[in-house]
Design a protein around this ligand. Structure first.
Ligand code: ATP
Length: 304
């Protein structure tokens, strides 16, 4: 296969292999379907993802059908404007992080995408659906895990998963499948038979994250995935997120832990005081600003 010149594809740095292209034109609509192999500028060199994406127009002018497109989003609480018109996109299968200090507007942005907070102006589309007009349909394909989410402490882990699965499943077979999938993902083994009240913070977070992905959402929105967790639990959680995105789920997460973001994310947006200052791959941003890590990039970017 021939490697073409790296091209910018919806903000992702990619290489496209000519031989992997297959095209099929949909009559009357200026859209074609192509299969592309994408080498993302990921921490692991040579990390490959295969994706089937709907593409528009010609080479160089096409864009993937995005998991999320946020455009000029503003949010005011009374007279205080928490988001000043932010824009970014997340591709299917991509882990995208909003990184910034306390009060930057990360949770506000996540809650708007999760359809539980109305923007003041601007738009956000999840797989082409508007968060304001199509909220019910969007909720069927996303999961949202708030930073302070809790679980019913008197239930066992298994009881909790079963209870949640019943809410989402169409029948008992699907319910069992959800519970099985979530149980496997948690890695909690026999501890799932214990009451949640006896779990550590890390165990509870694993349970909640597993519950969030058991229905195979197309977009998982996770606020501070490892906030308050020790190193071991945080690593487990990051691996859990990485494993589940390998199946094609997109992730929008927020974090003020720059090292975590560097490890976990395909791309990051640096946000401060309601404004996105730059977006790129962790490596791309480090190269651009000539810095050794994202913490240094952050300091440089926000003082400009
Ligand atoms: P953290 O990392 O501390 O969670 P964040 O980046 O998620 O912070 P937000 O929670 O989105 O930031 O808050 C952004 C700004 O909006 C902050 O100044 C916050 O005080 C303000 N804010 C958030 N929610 C409300 C609200 N309901 N009413 C008034 N102001 C709010």
């Amino acid at each position: 296969m021939t490697t073409l010149t790296p091209v910018a594809l919806s903000g992702l740095a990619v290489r496209v292999w000519e031989g992997s292209l297959t095209r099929c034109f949909t009559s009357g609509v200026d859209i074609r379907v192509c299969t592309i192999l994408v080498e993302m500028h990921h921490k692991t060199p040579g990390f490959l993802r295969k994706g089937v994406h709907r593409c528009k127009d010609k080479w160089g002018g096409f864009s993937m059908e995005q998991a999320l497109v946020v455009e000029n989003l503003k949010k005011s609480y009374g007279k205080f404007e928490a988001l000043h018109g932010i824009s970014f996109e997340v591709a299917p299968g991509e882990i995208f992080a909003l990184i910034g200090p306390n009060g930057a507007g990360k949770t506000t942005a996540l809650r708007i995408v999760a359809t539980i907070l109305q923007p003041t102006s601007g738009t956000a589309h999840v797989y082409g659906m508007d968060v304001q007009k199509d909220a019910a349909r969007i909720r069927e394909i996303i999961s949202y895990l708030p930073e302070e989410a809790g679980a019913y402490k008197n239930l066992t882990g298994l009881g909790y998963l079963s209870f949640m699965a019943e809410l989402f499943a169409s029948d008992s077979a699907v319910q069992r499948e959800y519970v099985q999938r979530a149980s496997d993902i948690t890695g909690l083994g026999e501890r799932l038979r214990d009451k949640i009240g006896t779990y550590s913070k890390g165990m509870t977070r694993k349970l909640l994250l597993s519950r969030g992905v058991m229905t195979r959402p197309k977009l998982a929105i996770i606020d501070e995935p490892t906030g308050g967790l020790d190193v071991g639990a945080a690593i487990d959680i990051r691996q859990l997120i990485r494993r589940t995105t390998a199946e094609g789920m997109a992730v929008l997460l927020s974090s003020h832990n720059m090292l975590e973001v560097e490890y976990l994310s395909d791309r990051v947006a640096i946000i401060d005081k309601g404004t996105i200052h730059d977006v790129g791959t962790p490596q791309g941003l480090k190269d651009k600003y000539g810095k050794a890590n994202l913490e240094e990039v952050f300091v440089q970017v926000v003082k400009q």
